[in-house]
Design a protein around this ligand. Structure first.
Ligand code: ADP
Ligand code: MG
Length: 306
């Protein structure tokens, strides 16, 4: 296969591992910085160029689009889709998962366990909103935050009010969420590939920190998940339409609650904590999909000729 990996940093562990796994299985790989791509959007022959060179002949594209470049990154991915290249995760699914509120609404619609979550626009509604989600302590989140940045724990109602007011004053969109105290700074990251949990790790924040993100100094260890957690992760991935993702789950007193679904989950923590070769599983799945799509394409073309 000829693979395109959309990544802005070839030195990142995840990028390196995917390249390594692809080369080990005899594939040709090109790392592409989406910000250096430009495209010609025509219906007849959509094309893409990269530093003056035409990007052609790719069988699959593996998006590793950072949160800061979601808009341009998904546009580039969409162009690949228009060119008939198989996307490991579809652009529309990535866009969907990047908006925390939209994700929560989609998951709620399919009855997946979630922390009680509220959203408001009008400062006059803050007090009632706080009550709606069960009062303080509560968690306030920027809709497009990542790596734990933009997630605040407000211990008291007064603190919650002032933080919400401050965000509203800055015109940033936030959501307000019930604080799952019993998870005590830990969560479970289920790594899903092709509708299966292939690895699961427990993440724990440093002492005194309620956020378990590895980027915030959290540590990872192997997690043993129960059937309900496994089923929840698989369903959440399906609802989001992501073939490869990290489903983050809080262990609450009333079962697993999905906190978010990450469309470009990092490999370092999960491979180190579980000893699993996740990169290889990703490449193997891509191979299978490319084969299946090629089969479909040739069947359609034969039908056309007949
Ligand atoms: P980000 O996209 O920035 O990672 P998350 O929604 O995943 O944002 O929140 C970051 C971390 O904060 C989580 O990994 C979890 O440890 C903690 N956290 C988030 N929401 C809650 C909640 N409702 N109750 C308890 N802890 C939470
Ligand atoms: Mg997170």
């Amino acid at each position: 296969m000829k693979l395109a990996i959309l990544s802005r940093n070839p030195k990142l562990y995840s990028t390196r591992r995917i390249v390594e796994a692809a080369k080990e299985r005899g594939h040709e790989v090109k790392i592409i910085n989406v910000l250096k791509c430009y495209m010609n959007i025509t219906s007849l022959k959509p094309t893409m160029k990269y530093q003056g060179e035409s990007l052609e002949g790719f069988d699959a594209v593996i998006p590793r689009i950072g949160a800061s470049v979601t808009f341009y990154g998904t546009a580039v991915l969409r162009q690949f889709e228009m060119m008939g290249v198989y996307p490991l995760n579809e652009s529309v699914a990535i866009t969907r998962s990047r908006d925390k509120l939209r994700s929560m609404q989609l998951l709620a619609r399919k009855n997946i366990g979630l922390p009680v979550t509220g959203f408001a626009r009008n400062p006059g509604d803050i007090e009632d909103l706080i009550q709606e989600v069960g009062g303080a302590p509560l968690v306030i989140k920027l809709l497009e935050g990542t790596q734990g940045i933009g997630v605040v724990l407000a211990e008291t109602k007064k603190a919650a009010e002032s933080v919400i007011q401050a965000f509203m004053g800055l015109s940033v969109n936030i959501m307000v969420q019930e604080y799952i105290k019993e998870s005590s700074g830990t969560d479970i990251r289920c790594f899903v590939v092709n509708g299966k949990v292939v690895a699961a790790m427990k993440r724990k924040g440093p002492e005194g920190e309620f956020r378990s993100n590895l980027h915030r100094g959290g540590t990872a260890s192997l997690a043993k998940i129960n059937p309900q957690e496994r089923a929840t992760a698989i369903r959440a991935a399906k609802v989001m339409g992501l073939n490869v993702c990290g489903v983050d789950i809080l262990r609450s007193n009333h079962g697993p609650l999905v906190m978010e679904v990450n469309s470009s989950p990092g490999l370092e923590g999960v491979e180190t904590a579980t000893g699993k070769d996740v990169a290889k599983l990703i490449i193997e799945y891509t191979e299978k999909q490319v084969k299946a799509t090629a089969g479909k394409k040739s069947r359609t073309s034969t039908k056309g000729k007949g």
